[in-house]
Design a protein around this ligand. Structure first.
Ligand code: GLC
Length: 438
């Protein structure tokens, strides 16, 4: 190679080296800028807490969620709408947990889920985070519903009790008193139906799902019976009271008081039925009050509310329901999740929530709070009902026990099995589930 040739090559290599250096410098700067902006963005992007709720519960929750997000701009709550039936929502949470890390940070829990979720180890133990005076704000039964084996896993947002709604306007016009007993309810229904005041007498939740179990424990209590006594492990389903309870429900259909479709109805089906003026009586939860009295409701101001009817000489039974919050053990955001739970279960946010939605309060003082009572004058009476409400058994195998009852109750209500046979089988399966002899 000539001297000049060598010089040319040397210079061009020098040039290439320089431009390579420049290019790498440029790429380096670019990547650092991307990295820094990514870190900054990641720091300022809000933490998202996901929670699965039954679909009808999502709209009422938006107000309190927005209030929380205004106070905590770095946290977002994503309400994921699940099915209407609580047991189907529970199934979704269960499969999410069984598949590994739950995609939900907050667990919006029906009162009957706590023992199972806690026993499975899916929930954070909140016992040491809540001071006794903070717990004392809530109705004791609602706090109990969040405990399992002495530890606390759920804080109550709202309570719930089954009640009887009636058409005050129709009863008053006919000069009739609200019913006290199952017989009264049947008689009044027949009178109003015969007078063509209303096509049907009574609607209740008869579909094969958790709502039917909640409804059934009330009728059962109204005949003096019980389902499972967790203290003694006694099973009450094959006792005469359970058969009487089923016979009462069947008679409402057979005597034309309840529409035959009632065995497929969930809460919202029954509410729409009642609210469209098709029945004189409805068994449901307190959320119905607000909707039945909404401005656009044709029943506004025409509805009365009272404890459930019962057999003569027996006591009224109201099923204790209610929803509260727990935290998934696998959440990546435990600090933010706890902040959310604290907010959603504290007095001021709950005051607005209950005032707007008419839910059964979990905060004890709300039942007699003047502002609450002026809007919901049934609240003081509801406090009594909450106090004496019937608990569904707080056992870890609750979902299976309820599933057994749902299946056999539905078979008996739809005439696929006699009440006696259905309850014999339900008792047998429940005893086997709980490992009880007898
Ligand atoms: C209500 C009650 C809940 C119950 C459910 C049944 O949501 O709060 O406890 O399990 O109804 O449908």
């Amino acid at each position: 190679m000539s001297y000049f040739g060598f010089l040319r090559r040397f210079k061009s290599a020098q040039f290439k080296g320089r431009s390579l250096r420049k290019i790498s410098l440029f790429i380096g700067c670019f990547l650092s800028i991307v990295l820094v902006s990514w870190v900054v963005m990641a720091q300022s992007a809000p933490v998202v807490l996901r929670v699965l709720v039954p679909a009808p519960d999502a709209p009422p929750l938006t107000g309190i969620v927005q209030a929380f997000e205004r106070q905590n701009p770095h946290i977002r709550i994503e309400l994921v709408e699940g099915p209407n039936a609580t047991n189907l929502v529970e199934d979704l949470y269960t499969s999410a947990f069984l598949l590994g890390d739950s995609p939900y940070d907050l667990i919006n829990m029906d009162i009957v889920w706590t023992p199972k979720f806690a026993a499975a180890g899916w929930l954070m133990d909140l016992s040491d985070r809540v001071k006794p005076d903070e717990l004392a704000r809530f109705s004791p039964v609602d706090v109990e519903g969040g405990r399992y084996e002495g530890r606390l896993y759920r804080l109550p947002m709202r309570s719930d009790v089954g009640l009887l709604y009636y058409r005050k306007d129709l009863l008053e016009a006919a000069g009739l008193q609200p019913p006290e007993t199952f017989d009264d309810l049947m008689k009044i229904s027949k009178i109003l139906q015969e007078q063509d005041k209303v096509p049907w007498g009574y609607v209740w939740q008869g579909r094969q799902y958790e709502g039917a179990v909640a409804m059934f424990v009330e009728v059962l209590k109204g005949y003096g019976g019980f389902w499972i006594d967790p203290k003694t492990d006694a099973i009450g389903l094959d006792r005469p009271e359970a058969i009487q309870a089923i016979n009462f429900l069947r008679s409402t259909i057979n005597e034309g008081i309840s529409p035959p479709g009632v065995t497929t109805y969930q809460e919202e089906d029954t509410r729409r039925f009642f609210q469209s003026g098709q029945a004189a009586f409805l068994r449901s939860w307190p959320y119905v009050w607000t909707l039945a009295n909404a401005e656009e409701s044709k029943l506004r101001g025409k509805v009365g509310i009272q404890p459930m009817v019962h057999a003569a000489g027996k006591e009224s039974g109201a099923c204790l329901g209610g929803w509260g919050l727990g935290i998934s053990k696998t959440t990546a955001h435990p600090k933010e999740a706890w902040k959310a739970v604290q907010f959603f279960t504290s007095v001021d946010p709950l005051r607005d929530f209950v005032l707007k939605e008419g839910y059964t309060p979990s905060i004890w003082q709300f039942f007699n709070d003047p502002e609450m009572v002026s809007r919901y004058n049934h609240f003081p009476q509801m406090q009594e009902v909450v106090n004496n409400a019937v608990l569904r058994p707080p056992i870890a195998q609750y979902a299976q026990a309820s599933d057994i009852l749902q299946r056999y109750l539905s078979a008996a209500l739809t005439d696929r099995m006699s009440p006696e046979e259905a309850m014999q089988r339900a008792s047998g399966e429940t005893r086997r589930l709980l490992g009880v002899k007898g």
